[in-house]
Structures are given as C-alpha cells and as structure tokens.
Design a protein around this ligand. Structure first.
Ligand code: WTA
Length: 658
C-alpha cells in the first residue's frame, strides 16, 4: 500500500500555511460564522458536528428548494439513515429549473471544451432547461418511468449531465459508467441494474483520435437483453453500425416540448447508482438519494471552495466517478455557478492544454487529483509558465494522499506560491467531502485536516478504541450525514459486512471507511492509504480482485495475484503474478498478450504495467491470496511471519521487482 512509505515523510511535515486575511474575511464560511456568532473555525466545527440535526436542518433549507418542506431532519436506524422526512424535492429542479426561471436564465452553466482546438460550446441555464426537458420528454415517449434505471456510457461532453438531469427530473435512477471502462464493465453494470435504456455516443475525442464508444456499448448490450432502446448522441460523426434498438438522440428530441414537469419526490428517492470497487467480488452499486445530494453537495462546495456567483469552477475529474457526479453536476449546478467541462486528454496537443483553458476562460478555482499534479510536475513548469493563471484564487485536490512535494509544487507553480490548497478526503460512498480544510484553515501539506462541520471522523484501533494522538489506525465516520450511501443495490448483506460489521459489537453505526490514517496533536488527519485490497491507479479505484478475474479470464491463465507498485506519477501501477495452466509455455509474447487481454477486459484504466509468471502464490489456509506478503517480497521488504500460510514456500518464488 502506498501509505507505509509515505508515513515517515508525512511525520516530518511541520510547515504551516496560513490563509491570507482577505480570503478569510470574505469567505462564505466566515459570513456564516459571523451570522451565528462563532469566533473561531473550531467553534463552528465543534458545534455543527455535535448538533447534527439542527445544523443539517438549517443547511437543508438554505441550499435546496423544496416543493414541500421537510418536517423531520433525520431518522437514523443504523446502518440506514433517512434525511429530510416529509419533504418533497427534485434534484433537477434544484440544479436547473429554479435558475432557468430566475435571474440566472442567461448565465453560462457549462463551458464545454472539446478536445479539438477551438471546439467550445456554452450552455446557459436556460439552454440546459430546454435540452433536459426535451430529452426527458423523449425518455417518457419510450415508456420509461419513475423508479426505472437508465444506463449511461458517455464521455465528458455537456450531454452527459443533460442525460443525468433528464433522468433525475423524472425520478429515473441513472447509472453512469466511466467511458474509459471496457464494454464488459459497462455490460456488467447494465445487467446488474436491469436497465431498459442505454445512452451513449458514436465516439469521442481522445489524444486527437476518435474513440468509437458505440462499438463498445453495442458489444456490452450483446450480454444485456433487458435493454430495449439505445439512445445515441452524435458527437464525432464517425461511422457506426446501426441496430434496430438504436435511436439517434437528435431524432428522439426533435419534436419534443421544451417544457417538462418535475416529479415531486420523496427525498430518499434514489438519484443514482454508482459502481465502485471493494475488497471482494464484482463492483457494487452504491445508492445515493435525491434530497441529501442537493443539500450536502452544494453546501460543501460553497464552504470549502468558497465559490462566488461570478466564479468559473473547474473540477477536472470525469463524471464517470463520484467526484464528477457531485462536483461537476449536482453541486455547481445547485449553486448556479459556471463550470468547465473538458472532453480530452491533459497532454493534447501538449502539456499546456489545461493552462490554456484556465487562461482563456479565466478559471477561478481548480480542483484536480495528485496523479495529474505529479504528471505536470514531471513534465515541468515551463508548460504552465507560458500561460496567465492570475484568475486562479483557490486550488484543490482529491483521490489519494498527496505527497508534500507535489503539494508544494502545485502551490508554487500553479498557485503563484500564494494559493491555499483544499485537500478533500472522501469516497464514492460518502458523496461529499468529509475531511477538508475551509478557506479559514491553516494548511499542512499532505493533510486533509479535520472533519467538516456536520461530520465526525476518528481513528480507531481494531478493538474499537480511539488510538492515541499520532498513532495510526482505521479511519471511521462516527455519525450519519445527508449524502451518505444508502445501500448496495440488491445486496444489503454486503453493505452491512463492508462498512458496519467491523465495529458493530462495540459501536453500531460506526462506519469503517477502509482507509488507514492518523490524527496529530492539532487534530489534523493524515490519510495513509487503503486497508483493503483496493488499487488507486491514476486516481481510479480498482479492486485487485477485479484485475485478477480479468487475468484469469484468459484461457492460458490458471490463477493470478495482483498488487499495486508505487509509481511516481500514477500513485500505483498494476503488477500481475500469473500462474499458467499446465502445459502452457511462458514467453515474452504471452506476457504481452495477457496485458492486452486485461486491457481489453477492463479498459485502459486496468492495463497492467508488467506480468510475471510464477508457479504458485502464497495463500492463507482458507485460500485467500496474501497480496500483502506478495507485495512485500516483490518490493524487497520483510515479509513478516508467514508460518501460518497454507504454502509458505510460494513466497520464495515471487521475484523481487524493484
Ligand atoms: C482515497 C474519490 C487521501 C481514499 C472521491 C478513499 C484520499 C478513496 C483522498 C476513495 C485524499 C480520496 N487524501 N486519500 N484527499 N481522497 N482518497 O471512491 O483511499 O474513488 O477511501 O472517491 O480515495 O476513492 P473514490
């Protein structure tokens, strides 16, 4: 795990970066503090986290518009929470309709920057309103209704949020698959959701080439008989094979009305499913609710990134991940701000692309990932130096622990040595930032600081006690919050097992986040990486077991063990130890074939960096692959006590790879 090596570096980190006075004074959170009479940030954090219902009740009224006001803030029966009971709401109404019908009608919601140079499309809130309504009416005409699931497989173009918002408007649950995932990944998600509709594009631009996404979607649907219709948005005009179930987006919406009523929904009505990797088995569909999302998302964005009405916000994540769901779609639209959406690769046509976008569109707040920062750091500051980045006033990062070195590079080269960096720690499951600085918080490079107001996190040992200050343990979330996951789709038993069972006997309702971390004497958290077998490759979350299944699906492979190897740029890269079937000869060609096979099965994000053939992999007596032991051996570190393994001799056969 990436954490252990970083611990020593983090332990030495003593630099403190105080926020400039004007940032503090003008910050949104400071206005709230003044209103409530809190003198310090600590007072606010302590009060809100101790008075959850009062705090969230207030936020529920402040950030969302309700068709019918809620009469109870929280119903918490661990491990299930319900929020804003008795209210009626619609997420799309909050993101689009209320702005389109008000002063923000002509304000730009999305600046859609296509990868080809000069391809820029702007959508105002009024435009979004019409486009969302036409598509929603189109969906209705196909017989889709409230509670159905629609699968979406689209790139980073404004039609992706339009599709999501059209679903949400009707109370349809969207299930988005990242366009960098393979057809198999899409197929699995379509099947799990039993979707009747798939929405995709003909193709999209990536590094100057068209990626023919419809081909992958079609391949996926071969295994998914539930799909009756596939809506295809024409993005690139590349040639596509046409099937009887296909319908062009432009044909579907052509004669549709630009008006469409919102479903008035119970706030617990599911907004979306998003699949994520855990320790075991196939990815699980995380369920998120309508009401909580349009309260927690805008509130956290408003406070942490301090967005003002005229700001241009750029979250560089892909909407295929939770960061995009929350902070490209539901949060910025609820707040009615302008966002950038960029379709392509950060290095196309060169490493100056992002900085040229910031210069051209005068981006004020940039939120990205450590893997991107490390990539730019490697490419060199000469790329960003060429552009005027003066419009920037705040920076952010998410996805994995950021090494202090990358943090300092980011602040120095992108932030003119002045800008504060909001290191936000959270997960697909949490829906919003959990631990994060506010603009008022002094920063320590590499620390995601403290639980935000309205959230409670601690570090616990295995027996369920808070560990002493400075010592490592499991990061736990102590209390519910409006955006928390509601369940695993069709698998409540695994939901219980994954997050709640661990501490159930000592403290029912304490959530095991799956991360290791520690809290220092000032109450700052330092996240050290995952406890479980989950990889973070260039910020993308993948289960080791998923990659292993992909390897084993090759006919010449009998068994495989996968580890993450620390990598300067990507955080981790994937290393496969494969056991071949008897009679199969190992060869360099077979390694290449296997890498290509895994890439095809999982998509580009799952491509291994290297494959090693071994005769056996170490396992526990119950047959669980001991990835920790394999990793230690491969990295040339002590393997610890292996006497209880089923086959300790297998450890000798694992090569040292560094
Ligand atoms: C890791 C991404 C350290 C962590 C929003 C978490 C982080 C997992 C940070 C969730 C951060 C995310 N510092 N680690 N600021 N942010 N992580 O579901 O291990 O893709 O559990 O959600 O990313 O990844 P996910």
């Amino acid at each position: 795990m990436a954490g252990s090596e970083k611990t020593s570096v983090l332990l030495e980190e003593t630099r403190l970066f105080h926020p400039p006075k004007d940032l503090v004074e003008n910050s949104n959170v400071m206005q709230y503090m003044k209103k409530k009479g809190f003198k310090t940030e600590k007072e606010l954090r302590t009060w809100a986290s101790a008075n959850l219902e009062e705090f969230w009740g207030e936020m529920g009224k402040e950030y969302a518009t309700w068709f019918k006001p809620f009469d109870k803030v929280l119903d918490w029966k661990p491990p299930y929470s319900k929020w804003f009971l008795g209210g009626l709401i619609n997420a799309t109404y909050n993101c689009v309709d209320r702005h389109a019908k008000g002063a923000k009608k002509d304000k730009v919601a999305y600046i859609g920057v296509g990868e080809p140079l000069g391809d820029v499309r702007k959508f105002t809130y009024g435009d979004l309103y019409k486009e969302v309504n036409k598509l929603a009416n189109g969906l209705k005409s196909l017989g889709i209704k409230k509670g159905d699931i629609v699968s979406i497989y689209m790139p980073m173009i404004p039609e992706l949020p339009i599709a999501m918002l059209a679903c949400a408007k009707l109370g349809i649950i969207h299930s988005v698959t990242f366009s960098g995932f393979s057809s198999k990944a899409y197929g699995d998600r379509v099947i799990d959701g039993g979707s009747r509709i798939s929405i995709t594009v003909d193709g999209f631009w990536r590094r100057g080439k068209v990626v023919p996404l419809k081909e992958s979607a079609d391949e996926a649907l071969l295994t998914a008989p539930s799909v009756e219709k596939q809506i295809v948005y024409k993005r690139c005009g590349n040639e596509v094979k046409w099937n009887p179930r296909d319908i062009w987006w432009h044909d579907l919406v052509k004669d549709q009305s630009t008006e469409c009523d919102c479903e008035q929904l119970d706030p617990e009505h599911r907004l979306y499913l998003l699949y994520t990797s855990g320790t075991t088995g196939k990815p699980k569909g995380i369920e998120h609710a309508q009401g909580g999302t349009v309260v927690g998302c805008p509130q956290t964005l408003h406070w942490v990134f301090d967005l003002k009405d005229n700001d241009v916000w750029w979250c560089t994540a892909d909407i295929g991940w939770v960061t995009g769901h929350s902070y490209i779609v539901y949060a910025p639209l609820s707040l009615g701000v302008t966002s950038i959406m960029y379709e392509g690769s950060p290095d196309f046509p060169d490493f100056g692309r992002w900085w040229s976008i910031i210069q051209e569109h005068k981006v004020n707040v940039l939120y990205t990932a450590p893997t991107a920062i490390r990539m730019f750091m490697k490419a060199g500051a000469q790329w960003s130096d060429k552009y005027d980045l003066k419009s920037l006033r705040l920076l952010g990062t998410v996805g994995e622990p950021i090494n202090p070195e990358a943090w300092i590079w980011y602040r120095t080269n992108i932030g003119r040595g002045e800008l504060q960096i909001m290191d936000t720690w959270w997960q697909t499951e949490t829906g919003t930032f959990i631990n994060s600085p506010l603009p008022t918080t002094p920063l320590k490079p590499g620390s995601c600081t403290m639980p935000l107001p309205g959230y409670n996190t601690e570090v616990w040992d295995e027996s369920g006690h808070k560990v002493p200050t400075g010592e490592g343990g499991n990061v736990v979330i102590m209390t519910p919050y409006p955006t928390m996951l509601r369940d695993f789709y069709k698998d409540p038993a695994r939901y219980m097992k994954t997050y709640w069972e661990h501490y159930w006997k000592v403290a029912p309702g304490v959530y095991l986040a799956g991360d290791k971390g520690r809290e220092d004497a000032d109450g700052y958290f330092w996240i050290q990486g995952r406890i479980d077998d989950v990889l973070k490759v260039a910020g993308h979350r993948l289960g080791n077991s998923e990659v292993e299944s992909a390897a084993v699906s090759h006919p010449k492979v009998a068994e495989a063990a996968v580890i993450g190897k620390p990598d300067e740029v990507k955080g981790e890269v994937i290393i496969v130890f494969a056991i071949l079937r008897s009679g199969v000869e190992p060869s360099e060609d077979l390694k290449k074939e296997l890498i290509a096979h895994i890439r095809k099965t999982l998509g580009p994000v799952g491509m291994p960096e290297a494959v090693y053939f071994v005769n056996d992999v170490p396992k526990t007596r119950s047959g669980k692959i001991m990835r920790r032991v394999i990793r230690a051996k491969a990295m040339g570190q002590p393997v610890g006590d292996i006497s209880t393994l089923m086959n300790p001799e297998a450890v000798d056969g694992i090569p040292k790879i560094v």
